[in-house]
Ligand binder design. Sequence first.
Ligand code: AP5
Ligand code: MG
Length: 220
Amino acid sequence: MIPGARLIILGRQGSGKGTQCVRLSRHFVVPHISTGDMLRSAVREGTELGRMAKEIMDAGGLVSDDIMIGIVNERLSRDDARTRGFILDGFPRTVGQALELDRITEARPIDVVLDLDVPREVVLERISARRVCRDCGTNYVATGREHTPWICEVCGGDVMQRDDDTTDAINRRLDLYEEQTSPLIEHYERHGKLVVVDGVGTPDAVFALLTAAVDASRKG
Ligand code: AP5
Ligand code: MG
């Protein structure tokens, strides 16, 4: 049987967390828990959370720690995450969230924290070319040669630019990453959980580095 895994992936906006988590989730047979995807689906469904989060997300800000911790705590308590593990993408994002996650996972600790390292200039290029399916979230890279309307090959939904992929919101998100999220790198380094992985390379090459890092952390 394939062993489960309890993983966190950190990395700047546009570093490829979502792209790699889809693959890691299949490889380790664990749910991909993306707080950004959960919020975007709440926005699509028009729930109270979605209405509240949309304005914050479009401006490139962060939803409050209390709300995010509540959502993640509930998701991690479900059977699939309890039995197989999980890969967390986009959470934790502040020291407050990380400390609370340490408490939530005390009985079944995180195996390894993967820091997908991609410089700011490269993520800016990637985000400006990113297009996503509004319905299923599949990622695409725009080349300028696409037909309009652009239809998702997975589900037939509309492929568009994300509402928060505007220049102002991207810069705000990247600044917030340096201020609020990069201190987590030190937090997990102190706990001996951090592995930095070079995220510049083809998606296949990066995936090979990530799986090797998880395997090595298990042997160690
Ligand atoms: P979230 O959805 O998490 O967005 P993000 O952090 O801005 O990260 P991205 O999704 O932009 O980047 P990614 O690393 O997933 O890159 P991707 O794989 O798409 O959060 C959105 C918002 O929700 C936040 O701003 C906040 O408001 C709120 N939120 C979420 N969680 C929260 C929390 N915990 N607390 C508070 N608020 C929260 O890749 C990018 C592009 O590059 C794609 O086009 C892809 O195809 C391409 N690409 C990927 N890999 C490669 C490669 N190796 N080579 C070339 N291109 C590549
Ligand atoms: Mg993402």
